[in-house]
Write a new protein. Structure first.
Length: 218
């Protein structure tokens, strides 16, 4: 897959099995690391019957990564949250969203929106109460698209595919969907993990596309 994307894996690339719903594997995965990137939580193409199918792995998985990183002496974790944790559950506004903007969970939001919001709140609470010297930076991107490296399409790619092949005909002539480049997101990970000053002091959250409006695709 890496060679398909034009990269050579080299001898430094290693793989460790770990599950967001289990403790095993995380300590080994982060051992010896200066920074850790937690890049995703479940985002299914269809809404689950039970919201906990998304909430539990998102929230508990983030906490597992943070605990393992703290215990291993990692300097900084970069957590991928979502625009879903920023802008939902509020009346329409023309004001830009900022790092202080949060989705209102008292409104009628979908399980994915709820899972990302609860997971990010839990991450910041952990850093404040149990994080020790561990730093946390969070990015809140919109949908992410990039070159396909294999046949296993992500939910974001499936959303676009449905529009292109007519499987999602409703509103396709007027639908606006906010996307960002996977390459751009990779650059943001690099800057957040290595180049920014101390995250907790200056850049707690990085909201991508702050002028976007919430869309009913989550």
């Amino acid at each position: 897959m890496l060679k398909t994307g034009g990269a050579e894996p080299g001898a430094e690339l290693m793989f460790f099995p770990a599950d967001l719903n289990a403790d095993d594997g995380w300590s080994a995965a982060v051992a010896g690391c200066d920074s850790v990137l937690h890049v995703a939580s479940p985002f299914p193409a269809n809404q689950p019957k039970d919201e906990d199918e998304l909430i539990i792995p998102a929230r508990e998985g983030a906490l597992r990564v943070l605990r393992a990183a703290r215990d291993a002496g990692v300097k900084r974790v970069v957590l991928t949250s979502s625009f879903a944790a920023v802008a939902y559950g509020h009346p329409p506004t023309d004001q830009p969203y900022t790092e202080t903007s949060w989705t209102d969970l008292n409104s009628n939001v979908t399980p994915y929106v709820k899972s990302k919001t609860l997971a990010e709140h839990a991450a910041w609470d952990f850093i404040a109460k149990e994080g020790g010297t561990l730093e946390l930076a969070v990015i809140n991107p919109v949908g992410v698209l990039g070159p396909l490296l294999g046949p296993d399409y992500s939910s974001s790619i499936q959303l676009l595919q449905r529009l292109l092949d007519g499987a999602s005909p409703a509103r396709r002539e007027s639908l606006s969907i906010w996307w960002m480049s996977a390459t751009w997101r990779a650059c943001i990970y690099l800057r957040c993990s290595t180049l920014l000053p101390k995250a907790n002091a200056s850049l707690p959250r990085l909201v991508i596309a702050s002028l976007c409006k919430p869309l009913p695709i989550y």
